[in-house]
Write a protein that binds this ligand. Structure first.
Ligand SMILES: [Zn+2]
Length: 516
């Protein structure tokens, strides 16, 4: 495993919790467990490791949403709930909340591109770059770098050399060439569409060429949503206002290898493009269980622990490995939730605790968007969402708490409880950079707490952040730091335990507004 240095010594750290915030004495920080809940002894590194190796095993085939592989992982989690003693809280007395994903993609079977009457191999030889249907039949015109705006491209197929993107690229992961290619295609192709081209063929430069296979393999998958859409901003009680309808057709922008330039370099080739979309549904599922609270008044309120069980499935091989196992993303939090469930079964709290594994997070937070709009308990009864995503990597002594500072903080009460719990369980340095609206990754917006925050539920996001193995087949169980995962699990647990036992539920901060 590569060591990632994030320059932590330079990071501003969040202030330590205010005195009196934690009910526990400093002794508990020193290792005395006398003031820690007894349930915490049920959280064991050996269990986390065994479960993580099972959930991210090759036999789980990367747990891709909408496939039997996500189903297999979901059944496995439900079975763990049953063994642990967590009660079902899904539909019809089961652990499952079923719903359908809707997938839209360019149809490989009914789409075609021909050059002077000869078919080109869709994707491998010439690749659509957007999820749009459309027809174009015209002569080509080569426009070089595309900057000469006196060339009339109207109603022609413009052939252009890709220009380097000027937009800022996210570079904290290994997908630099991919991001470079996507940004370059969008800028270079878009400019010619705006000048009236009937279609555009973007020729890769040397950097984008490295990402050619990645671009088409991801593009070929299409986009995912829930039929009819899920309201993104409106509270679920406001009715099912459909999400903005996606644009389904437009002038095609195609992408070819750098080596294909010779085929298109001369003007006047006849190109026929026919792209059609196909749309179909496939099931995904949220796995939901509950440990009932003990207080007759508070037990109808819920602390929601959140993870996602899906990952990216079996994809193109990197270094001979095609199984994108998602050990950190997000088997790490999933097995943490199982351990936390063991602790609450051993020692229930006053409030009830809801455990939700969201399906299809990787396809656009679909499971959490679905559950926030169709919660299995009244949304007002959910007092807090404690979400985790990728909690087992990077520097052993630091972690992030997203939603802990403005503008992402929606409950100072909840954040203070989490910071106090951190002080008790061993005190990670809190990396505050990744929670900032200026952070290039926009990390706050990329996991399952967001749909809950949008509908007014206090929500925080525990993470140990991205690393170069993120969304690659290298995200394997052997690269997880298990002592750190144990530490993160204890921190999430104690935060939830304290919220579940507090006299008052955490208050929402007034005026919370997301910048996106
Ligand atoms: Zn994730």
């Amino acid at each position: 495993m590569k060591t990632i240095l994030l320059g932590l010594s330079l990071l501003p750290l969040l202030a330590a919790p205010a005195a009196g915030q934690s009910a526990r004495s400093a002794k508990s920080v020193e290792g005395s467990s006398s003031s820690l809940p007894t349930g915490i002894s049920s959280i064991k590194e050996a269990d986390l490791k065994r479960d993580l190796y099972a959930m991210a095993d090759d036999s789980m085939r990367g747990r891709e949403a909408g496939t039997v592989d996500e189903m297999r992982a979901s059944m496995w989690l439900a079975d763990q709930f049953r063994v642990i003693g967590v009660k079902p809280k899904g539909l019809d007395g089961t652990y499952f909340q079923w719903w359908n994903m809707q997938r839209t993609r360019v149809s490989t079977i009914s789409s075609s591109v021909t050059l002077d009457g000869k078919p080109l191999a869709l994707w491998t030889e010439i690749s659509p770059t957007a999820n749009l249907g459309g027809d174009a039949s015209a002569q080509t015109i080569f426009v070089g770098d595309g900057r000469d705006s006196t060339i009339d491209v109207k109603d022609k197929i413009a052939v252009v050399l890709m220009q380097p993107p000027t937009a800022a690229l996210r570079t904290t992961t290994n997908s630099y060439e991919y991001r470079y290619a996507r940004a370059g295609i969008t800028a270079t192709g878009g400019a010619l569409v705006r000048r009236g081209a009937a279609g555009v063929i973007v020729v890769a430069d040397s950097i984008a060429d490295i990402a050619y296979d990645g671009v088409w393999k991801i593009q070929e998958r299409g986009t995912y949503d829930v039929p009819g859409g899920i309201p993104r901003n409106a509270p679920p009680t406001a009715g099912a206002a459909p999400a903005r309808a996606p644009r389904l057709s437009g002038p095609p922008v195609l992408f070819v290898h750098r080596a294909s330039l010779g085929m298109f370099r001369d003007n006047g080739h006849k190109v026929d493009i026919h792209l059609s979309l196909e749309r179909f549904e496939s099931p995904s599922v949220n796995v939901i269980g509950v440990v009932r609270g003990t207080d007759p008044k508070l037990r109808d309120e819920y602390v929601l622990f959140s993870s996602h069980q899906d990952h990216d499935g079996v994809r193109y091989a990197i270094n001979g490995d095609s199984t994108w196992s998602g050990a950190d993303d997000n088997a790490s939090t999933s097995v943490a939730l199982l351990a936390i469930a063991r602790a609450f079964v051993k020692q229930p709290a006053k409030r009830s605790v809801l455990f939700v594994f969201h399906g299809a997070e990787e396809r656009g937070l679909l499971g959490s968007r679905y559950h926030a709009a169709h919660p299995v308990v009244p949304i007002q009864s959910i007092v807090a969402v404690l979400n985790g995503d990728m909690i087992g990597r990077n520097n052993p002594d630091s972690a992030a708490l997203l939603g802990s500072q403005p503008p992402h903080r929606n409950s100072t009460d909840l954040v203070n409880t989490a910071l106090a719990a951190n002080a008790t369980t061993g005190a990670f340095h809190i990396d505050s950079l990744w929670d900032r609206p200026t952070h290039p990754e926009g990390w706050y917006f990329r996991s399952d707490h967001v749909p809950y925050a949008r509908v007014g539920v206090p929500a925080i996001f525990f993470s140990t952040n991205l690393h170069p193995d993120y969304h690659t087949p290298r995200d394997k169980p052997a690269a997880i730091n298990y002592p750190k995962l144990l530490h993160m699990t204890r921190w999430m647990y104690l935060t939830g335990y304290d919220v579940a036992n507090a006299a008052r539920r955490p208050a929402l901060d007034p005026g919370f507004r997301l910048e996106r």
